[in-house]
Design a protein around this ligand. Structure first.
Ligand code: NAD
Length: 421
């Protein structure tokens, strides 16, 4: 790989494109098809006027990128944050296309985001911004077009507002327009924990390859939001030894394993993991580099770069977040024989259960939680096997294998449909 500046290395679109280019080259795809797959189908920028609690009017910038609708409606989350950029949303949209193809569900890929500081906005301001954003997207989203879901700093409440706004415009309740909704308005049982559960399922498969059992597997999790906290809790309940948790405001370490049920309670009461009595305070950056069997980055992008990859001491890297590892870091991890469960496989449990939610909404018939979890496990285990088999057959690392498998599936559909006609 050509040397790149750090700025280029951590640009998510560059990170996505670097892997795409390698995988497409290895697949020997024809040049025209590569162009079709490389660029998003549609990018929408909206400016959202919101009346703030202090009486002022603020205008927020929002995005929705639909990377591909070849295999089905576009699907992807909406994130709120001060550092959201179009390049990031574009990369996340492409990752959704590949992710849905890796787990072989009938969706394309999309992503949305709004540049805002949600931690300094009131619930009323967030609601007005969400509703206006949804209204701006009315022609572009819908159960058969593009189905948003929660992502960083958005949640079930955000989805309830989006669903309600869309329904107001359609003059009827349309639950299937978004996923990740509260259960009483068309959400799926098991959706809240699904991304974390999917991470655990792929880890269960990976440790078998190392002859490990959960009891002798030490795990460090970065990010204690929806994805990280559910992954940590479920893995703790399954017997894994969670020795470290890393958050923005501090980190916790206990070499004997942290009681995650107690930590959840502590976080609920204190809105932070800090001050928890069942573990020692640790340095967040050092804890990322502490020896363990599994490291789960479940926070945000670019946590493992060319700067720190050589110092990572896990045997398995289970990517809960999207894009936590840069392309330059991939090579270092491969040299150090770290077994990477790439994001487009590892965190696909969320979109898989979103698919179940969409199916249930359209059927008007809701499944019991064990049914959801069993179907999720089937899909995640098959996808894990497909990726590892592909890696062995083509002598590539797991990430490139996942991209190749996904690109091959999308390319097949594009060719069959004649999308470029
Ligand atoms: P979230 O907002 O619920 O949680 C993110 C957590 O990470 C927060 O607690 C935040 O404080 C913490 N964090 C942020 N930066 C950090 C840093 N530098 N160090 C330590 N902690 C940090 O978001 P989420 O829904 O859990 O999403 C996390 C990641 O997983 C994102 O990359 C997201 O795109 C991805 N993802 C989410 C889902 C889903 O179902 N929610 C599905 C697939 C992938």
């Amino acid at each position: 790989m050509k040397p790149v500046s750090l700025e280029q290395e951590i640009n998510p679109w560059e990170a996505q494109s670097a892997r795409f280019d390698v995988a497409a080259r290895k697949l020997n795809l024809d040049e025209g098809l590569v162009k079709v797959l490389r660029y998003p189908s549609r990018e929408l920028i909206v400016h959202i006027p919101v009346s703030m609690d202090n009486g002022n009017i603020e205008v927020f910038t929002g995005f929705r990128v639909q990377h591909s609708i070849a295999r089905g409606p576009a699907k992807g989350g909406v994130r709120y944050g001060p550092d959201v950029t179009l390049d990031e949303v574009r990369a996340l949209a492409a990752w959704m296309t590949w992710k849905c193809a890796v787990v072989n569900i009938p969706f394309g890929g999309a992503k949305g985001g709004i540049i805002c500081d949600p931690h300094h906005m009131s619930p009323g301001e967030l609601e007005r911004m969400t509703r206006r954003y949804t209204a701006e997207l009315i022609e572009f989203i819908g159960p058969e077009k593009d189905v948003p879901a929660p992502d960083m700093n958005t949640n079930e409440q955000t989805m309830a507002w989006m669903m309600d706004t869309y329904s107001m415009h359609m003059r009827q309740t349309v639950t299937a327009v978004v996923t990740g909704k509260p259960i009483n308005i068309g959400g799926s049982r098991g959706r809240r924990e699904a991304t974390g559960r999917g991470i655990m399922i792929t880890c269960d498969e990976a440790i078998k390859k190392f002859g490990l059992r959960p009891e002798n597997t030490r795990v460090i999790v970065q990010g204690f939001g929806n994805v990280g906290s559910n992954a940590a809790l479920l893995m703790h309940q399954a017997g894994y030894k969670i020795i470290g948790i890393i958050e923005v405001d501090g980190a916790l370490f206990n070499k004997n394993g942290i009681d995650l049920t107690a930590l959840w309670k502590h976080r609920e009461q204190n809105r932070s993991i800090t001050g928890f009595a069942g573990a020692d305070k640790a340095d967040p950056a050092e804890l990322m580099l502490t020896e363990c069997e599994i490291l789960v980055p479940a926070a945000t992008e670019n946590q493992i770069t060319s700067r720190n990859a050589a110092k990572i001491k896990c045997r398995i890297l289970a990517e809960g977040a999207n894009g936590p590892t840069t392309a330059a870091a991939d090579e270092i991890l491969a040299d150090n024989k770290v077994f990477v469960i790439p994001d487009i496989l590892c965190n696909a449990g969320g979109v898989t259960t979103s698919y179940f939610e969409w199916v249930q909404d359209r059927q008007g018939y809701f499944w019991k939680e064990p049914v959801v979890n069993e179907r999720l496990e089937d899909i995640m285990v098959s996808a894990f096997d497909d990726v590892v088999r592909y890696a062995n057959t083509h002598n590539v690392n797991n990430r490139i294998a996942a991209y190749m498998l996904a690109i091959d599936r999308v390319a097949y559909t594009v060719r069959q449909r004649g999308i470029y006609a």
